[in-house]
Write a protein of this length. Structure first.
Length: 254
């Protein structure tokens, strides 16, 4: 048994198929964009935490350096408390970073450099009276201080590099997120063109043929004859016109 779908059913089917295509492509794009948004937020949050932790560490080291300078210049041990306070802030910031920072790459080097830095200062504090303080500060201390600050700055640079790499990945993800929508749009345009082609082929052109054949019959009594494929409403319209023109012709011949 051959199933013949009418004009209304065919048009409705075409629009439903187009609507489903756009719906599913929109759903895919929505989930891709949500994933992209989460990745962007995670990247920015991680970068902010790394940078903030490194800044706190640098501030704490600078506090210790300032206290040590004041101690050397004034030759007064009352600045020990400032030095210890800076060390406590450094340890607090470092411990906090281990909890909040997701990517701890480079923090091992900070830990080792800080141990060497503290060892250098402790040795100085234990034997400060027998040392040339200015010479010690310019040579021994500056080496450990430079190593520690360089380790912290390397973490900041590493964070920026990681962020650049992730930014490239996010750019690729953004491209992938928009691709389903773009593909769906191109397919939708293609479907509309095909839909227009078939509407023109099976409906507009046959109706124009029926109209021309009917006009020719009325003007010149040319026999109404139109070839139409299918069994839909247009075909029934053609058959009704054939029947009507045949009845008119028979009545005139009587």
């Amino acid at each position: 048994m051959k199933f013949n779908m009418g004009i209304k059913g065919k048009i409705l089917t075409g629009f439903v198929a187009l609507g489903l295509l756009l719906f599913f492509s929109s759903v895919i794009s929505f989930f891709q964009l949500n994933k992209l948004s989460y990745s962007s937020h995670s990247m920015l949050e991680s970068s902010f935490k790394n940078t903030e932790s490194a800044k706190k560490l640098l501030d704490a080291v600078q506090e210790q350096n300032t206290a040590l300078l004041q101690m050397i210049i004034t030759q007064d041990r009352k600045y020990d408390s400032l030095l210890l306070d800076g060390r406590a802030k450094f340890n607090s910031a470092f411990n906090q970073a281990q909890i909040t920072v997701r990517d701890l790459q480079g923090f091992d080097s900070i830990y080792r450099a800080n141990l060497a830095y503290n060892y250098t200062i402790n040795e100085f504090l234990q034997d400060s009276l027998s040392q040339n303080k200015v010479n010690w500060y310019a040579t021994v201390y500056q080496d450990s201080f430079a190593n520690l600050t360089a380790s912290i700055k390397n973490v900041m640079i590493s964070t920026q590099r990681i962020m650049d790499t992730k930014a490239v990945r996010l750019e690729d993800s953004a491209y992938r997120a928009t691709m389903p929508g773009l593909i769906a749009l191109l397919i939708a345009i293609f479907i509309v063109m095909i839909f227009f082609y078939f509407v023109n082929l099976y409906y507009i052109t046959p109706i124009l043929k029926i109209s021309d054949a009917l006009q020719a019959f009325l003007d010149s009594r040319v026999p109404f004859k139109v070839n139409i494929e299918g069994k839909d409403e247009v075909f029934r319209l053609k058959e009704q016109n054939e029947k009507l023109t045949g009845e008119i012709k028979n009545k005139r011949n009587e």
